[in-house]
Design a protein around this ligand. Sequence first.
Ligand code: GSH
Length: 85
Amino acid sequence: MANLELYELQGCPYCAKVVDKLDELGLDYESHVVAGPKSERDEVERVSGQRGVPVLADEENGVEGMPESDDIVEYLEETYGDGAA
Ligand SMILES: N[C@@H](CCC(=O)N[C@@H](CS)C(=O)NCC(=O)O)C(=O)O
């Protein structure tokens, strides 16, 4: 089973898009709810090189911190969706 982690913010529509995809694919994940102020998101910066959320970590597949909701949704579909190898 995948060991996914999602850095997210309450009320963030980009995060909700990723959560919808995780739910659709039936994937469990550990949620890290980040602080509103970007200045307090040091962990997000450490894993992804920037301070925006959502950020996905999938260490089993070498993904330490992937930003950009569209990229994350595409990654999840390709890695865990019906067409996954
Ligand atoms: N294009 C980004 C936008 C994400 C975004 O704007 N996230 C907001 C929270 S809803 C945020 O963290 N903003 C701070 C920043 O982008 O540095 C995506 O689709 O992931």
